[in-house]
Design a protein around this ligand. Sequence first.
Ligand code: SF4
Length: 464
Amino acid sequence: MAGAPTAGIQKTIDDPRLQLAIYSATGRLVSHRAGSIRADLLPEYQELRTRAHELKRHTIDHLDHYLEQFESNVVAHAGKVIFCRDAQEVADFVLGLAKERHARLIVKSKSMTTEEIDFNERLEHHQLEAVETDLGEYILQLAHQRPYHIVAPALHMTRYDVAEVFTKSLGVEKEVEPENQTKIARAVLREKFLRADIGVTGANFLVADSGAVVVVENEGNARLTSSAPRIHIAIAGIEKVIPRAQDLAVYLNLLGRSATGQPLSVYTSFLSGPRRADDLDGPDEFYVILLDNGRTMLLVDPEKRESLFCIRCGACLNHCPVYRKIGGHNYPWIYSGPIGAIITPQFHGVMQHPWLPFASSLCGACAEVCPVKIDIPKVLLKLRAEVTEAKSREGKGGIERFAFRMFAWMMTHPKIYLPLASIGKKFLPVLPKLGPLGKWASQRELPKPASQSFHKWWADRQVR
Ligand code: SF4
């Protein structure tokens, strides 16, 4: 895979501690998911998936309508909606607001959309402090790393790694008990919550018919983020909109189960505008930033458009043999695994990382577990075809094309193929030792060639 970060991939594969961390964490998530969708517990599981897919298809096909409906309902609840084309527009809005309101400290709950636009780094350039409050994200912020996984961002770190990060960044004694580590983080973060001027959350869903921003989480930090500071900003991709509140029943039933195996995540918050006169808490100002950042480009192709159905559950990562081997940081962007392999090329252009759509065994496990039934292998094949076409336009890949044409020709001429195949059979055991092919074969177990060719077996069968 030319262009792939082979050194990083090799390092991950050769690190037994890291391999164990990835395998055991994803393995746990796989078995929890399997346990939660058992037919006796959720007999309507497949119908829910179909419904989730249809609803997303309908919404994405009528995105302009539902976004306008969502906007007018947010405004009706005294909130404001800001449409942003890209990361710069988001930063400009937040910086402008922070300046006007003399805000200095921002607390954030977990949001892949803000990771996508380097939100924290952009604000830090302007002396605004943005603090992650999800435990995993907080650890990564201290360690200056990007998320390893959509749902479990610090999946690759052991408690000993966390102890080192805390000691180095917070100056505390080395503490390896996860419960005590949580207490350390909580003490720091509580103080941040109390001082914060602005709270920023992402959104799992935007409900068009009520204008509610729905945030799903397990730690309760998104609740504090959205209720303690005087200003709340929710930042969401435009594809997060769903038509009606009742559609949530479909998605909430699927999201927790697919992500962590929970029938329902611990907290589901509905954020609908600033605090009313009789509310106990809540912000004085409420903004929703609807981010495009390339999403409208994905709308162009009706098949690839499916990529926008994703509800970021992470199930495709946990089941992907490639992700489970190479981990999250070897993918070029914050979206890793199968979903990363289909959306990154569409956001950045296929020739930016031409190897990415090929980083898949096409086993289909991702499509089988995806709660919204995105046909990831189909999109991968489309992207592969686009890479091949682009390469051919650039005059690249000639040798590969020639080799495959020769192979196709040989396969359709048995008189040539049969003698060559019997010679090739003899060379198969030494293949791992040969130059560039050796590198390819070193990561694969080559099957033993059959003692008898299919042609011979077929001919003998006819005689009998
Ligand atoms: S593509 Fe499907 S399985 Fe993968 S994260 Fe998105 S919703 Fe989950």
